[in-house]
Design a protein around this ligand. Structure first.
Ligand code: 1GP
Length: 252
């Protein structure tokens, strides 16, 4: 529970957590130290490492490079059983609860649970709700599941509540990496009004104001990945962190 408690503590002290998602296929290993240093000094709270489809074949080496570069937690965001390594600090143990595909509801979990135990990794049980976001996303396609329609916030809220009753630790409202449209604010609000477990929101967030608005509507963890895969956006990391950390005064 070490990393989970670390995240809860940040929610308590800073208002919300800012996570940067690093997709090993998108950020070259040689560029990691500089990028991670920049994130760390800009106020990023932890890293998610992974993605729905990863072609980079040395996940272990990638994690080792991340861990050498930072003391911030590296949390696996798994797309496959091959993305389990003891070098990480924790793993989001994700069940795609918006879908009805048994493989992604429980199948992969049965295969990965013994590996996670063997590695001594902290599993953080997460109900993953894929939300319609314009075009079809990799998360949607790879999980073989239908997303929740954008205008059906009540479905997302009922699904999130079911996750809470299952004892899950987080609900993740996911528009998909590089999504055209983010999760609607109304949906974040509807979910946060019925559900007392913290809500992670990610997918298609490209500006600090959107990140802040997600938090204002009840999100407790904001994930940004795609936007920072473009180096010209790296100077904005701090603005995102400041926007997410609503309880902290903005520093210069
Ligand atoms: C994707 O929610 C994450 O799984 C982050 O999305 O890459 O669009 O920021 P982006």
């Amino acid at each position: 529970m070490k990393i989970y408690n670390y995240l809860l503590n940040i929610i308590e002290t800073k208002g919300a957590v800012f996570l940067v998602l690093i997709d090993p296929d998108k950020i070259n290993r040689s560029e990691l130290p500089a990028f991670i240093y920049n994130c760390e000094k800009s106020g990023v709270d932890a890293f998610l490492i992974g993605g729905s489809l990863i072609l980079e074949n040395d996940f272990e080496l990638y994690l080792e490079t991340v861990k050498t570069a930072t003391n911030l937690p590296a949390i696996i965001f798994p797309g496959a059983v091959t993305q389990v390594t003891k070098l990480a600090d924790a793993i989001l143990f994700i069940s795609v609860i918006s879908g009805r595909n048994p493989e992604h509801l429980i199948g992969r979990h049965v295969l990965s649970a013994p590996l996670i135990k063997k590695c001594g990794l902290e599993p953080i049980s997460t109900g993953y709700i894929i939300v319609e976001s314009g075009q079809r996303t990799t998360a949607e396609y790879m999980s073989g599941s239908l997303p929740v329609p954008r205008k059906k916030s009540e479905i997302a809220a009922a699904t999130a509540l079911a996750a809470e009753y299952f004892g899950m630790k987080f609900v993740y409202l996911e528009a998909g990496s590089g999504a055209e449209l983010t999760v609607p604010f109304e949906m974040v609000k509807a979910v946060s009004s019925v559900c007392s477990i913290p809500i992670i929101v990610g997918g298609g967030i490209k500006d600090p104001n959107t990140a802040r608005e997600m938090v204002n509507n009840g999100a407790k963890v904001i994930v940004v990945g795609n936007f920072f895969e473009n180096k010209t956006n790296h100077n904005l990391i701090k603005l995102f962190a400041d926007a997410v950390h609503i309880k902290l005064p903005v520093s210069v």
